[in-house]
Structure formats: C-alpha cells, structure tokens
Design a protein around this ligand. Structure first.
Ligand code: TXA
Ligand code: MG
Length: 320
C-alpha cells in the first residue's frame, strides 16, 4: 500500500526524492489529483500506463512550475500561447504545442505535439520545483473510471500500486483542466476548468472539437469518467423508478421530488456551476458506493464550466 502523508515540507521533499528515483507519487492539484512520474524517465512513465491500465496511445500532460520551462519542452510557442499563459497560468489550462526532442516519445504517445500545464495548487508547484523535473501526470484513477478529488479516492482506486500519496485535502475546481491545441487554429480538445468563453475573450475564435464523433485527442474516448453503477441523464420530473430498483439521484439544485430516491447528492443548492463542478466527482464516488442499481443525473446548464460538467456526465452515461 502507498504511504499517505499529510502535505508538509517533509512530505514534499520525500515525494520529490521518490520522483527523482523513478517512483510514482499522487499529489493534489486545483483540478483533480495527479499521478506523477518524472517526464524524463521512460521507465517511470511506463509504470504509470501500467498502474492506470491506460492504452499506450493516450498521452500524458507534462506539468511545469515556471512558464519559462515551456521553451525547453516545445519547439514553437507562438503568440496565442503567450497570451493564454499570461491570462491563465498557473491554472487549469493545458496547452498542446509542437514538442521538442527533450521529452521521450512514451510521454506523448508518439505524437509530435506535447500537452503542458502549470498548475496553481501550491503543493503541486512546490513538488515540481523541489524535484527539478517536468512531471508527467494523468489523473490518479484507473483508465475510464471516476477522477479523484481527494486522497481517499486515490487510495481506494490505485493505492496498492504506487509509492506515495500526498494528502492536500479536496481539489477546489473538481474537473480536469481545459485542453486546447494551438496549431494553425485553436481547437478545444477537452472542456474543463477554464471556459471556452474565457479563452475566446483572450485569443478570439476557438473551434470546439470535443463533442465530435471522431476523437481528435485520445482522451476524447467516449466512455470516460465512469462510476461502476449505471448512470442516466434525465430530467427529474420524468424519472419513473421501476419496482424493486434502488435508484440514486445526482441533483443540480436539489429542488425536486427527491424522497423516492435511496440516496441523493446535491451539487449546488444555489445553482452555482463552480460549486457544482467542485462537488461533482465526490458526489459520484459517494453514489457509486451506495449499493444502487442506477444513478439518475439531472442535466446541468451547458454554459461556462457547466460544459465541462455535462461532458463528464455524458461520458459516464455513454459507457452503458
Ligand atoms: O487537470 C488535469 O489536466 C489533470 C491534472 C492531474 O493535471 N490531468 C489530467 O490528465 O486530466 P489526463 O491524462 O487524465 O488527461 C489528459 C488529456 C487526455 O485527454 C489526453 O488525451 C490529452 O490530455 N492529451 C495529452 N497529450 C496530448 C497531445 N499531445 N495531443 C492531444 N491531446 C493530448
Ligand atoms: Mg483522466
């Protein structure tokens, strides 16, 4: 079992030394917990693929603590990237740019592009600084399962297979970073913590490719972020629970007829989409261990960060 340490100076020092020696450390970021390995160590990165049971064609995000390090990882940065970095780093935005020779192919799954992000979480930043490494880190969950937003989520899903978990409490944003590719045009590959409206205010039009049927980014596989329990998106009033079925409800505001559900999780009573995002994966994890036959999820307004929430729910639903 992985050692779990409360975040502290000593814990971060220990984690940095594990990373330098090719080990795997789960750590908090403002979006979700990441499973980190040295991005310069192909063996360590191979172990992350193995622990996650992730297909080898699905590349990782490389995390840095100083935007000036981007030039070592990318062959070309460009003015749109500069503007986005100025506006949103450190924070929940991942840039996909042409890669340099520095990073081994296994990290980018053989792609000529590399995904890079500078997280804003102080523990993540300190860990990257202490290790002196670019850190490859996918979300710290098995492939296609619910993302972790607490150390306990990491422990229960992959704790047995990694070296250390740093417990830094709950992640404030709660959905993964927005992934944008900056080539000839700007293409949104995954909606996330920074909204498309915020991106467009800085760099103009962004093409939205995440909902297209042909995946452009490997992470656009349709059945991601899934609980073990069947999930269905539906309006509360339209739910008819069959006889003998234990149903749970993932409610946006909690203002419906909810007594017929065995377990109800409310994302935000005040209808605040940011609060809903930060509660999303924890609520799904709790519903998933409540011995339910089905989870009904109310749909969420698809504006702002609601787009990222609905993307995760649709992918959870699609699996079944
Ligand atoms: O918030 C986050 O981004 C978290 C934290 C830990 O930073 N990380 C995360 O990583 O969500 P992961 O591996 O679960 O998702 C990375 C996404 C995937 O959809 C992957 O396909 C895409 O980024 N990606 C990575 N490299 C890419 C590349 N070169 N081209 C296109 N998409 C890429
Ligand atoms: Mg993930």
């Amino acid at each position: 079992m992985a050692e779990i340490l409360e975040a502290s100076k000593e814990a971060i020092e220990r984690a940095a030394s594990i990373l330098k020696n090719g080990g795997l450390v789960a750590f908090p970021t403002e979006t979700v917990y990441g499973l980190g390995a040295s991005a310069l160590n192909p063996k360590a990165v191979a172990r992350v693929f193995e622990v996650k049971n992730r297909p080898s064609f699905d590349p990782f995000i490389v995390h840095i603590a100083n935007s000036s390090n981007l030039e070592q990882l990318c062959s070309k940065v460009g003015s749109k990237a500069d503007k986005l970095i100025e506006a949103f780093w450190p924070g929940p935005l991942t840039l996909v740019l042409p890669k340099s020779e520095l990073i081994p192919d296994i990290v980018t799954a053989g792609n000529t592009s590399i995904a890079v992000r500078m997280p804003s979480h102080p523990i993540a930043l300190e860990l990257i600084r202490q290790s002196g490494l670019p850190i490859a880190a996918p979300s710290a969950n098995p492939f296609s399962r619910l993302s972790p937003t607490t150390a306990a989520h990491v422990e229960s899903q992959i704790g047995a297979k990694i070296d250390l978990i740093i417990d830094g409490g709950s992640c404030s944003i709660g959905v993964e970073s927005t992934v944008i590719e900056l080539g000839e045009e700007a293409v949104l590959l995954r909606p996330g913590g920074i909204t498309i409206e915020e991106l467009e205010a800085v760099i103009g039009p962004v093409r939205n490719s995440f909902s297209s049927t042909k995946p452009h980014s490997p992470g656009q596989l349709l059945h991601h972020y899934s609980p073990n329990t069947r999930l269905k998106i539906v309006e509360n009033e339209k739910i008819i629970i069959p006889e003998g079925i234990n149903a749970g409800l993932l409610s946006f505001r909690g203002n419906g007829n909810n007594s017929r559900f065995k377990k109800v999780e409310v994302l935000s009573e005040s209808g605040d989409l940011y609060q809903a995002a930060s509660n999303l994966f924890s609520a799904l994890h709790r519903l998933d261990v409540s011995d339910l036959d089905i989870i009904y999820a109310e749909s969420i307004p698809e504006s702002g960060i609601g787009m990222a929430i609905m993307d995760r729910l649709k992918k959870a639903e699609h699996k079944f």
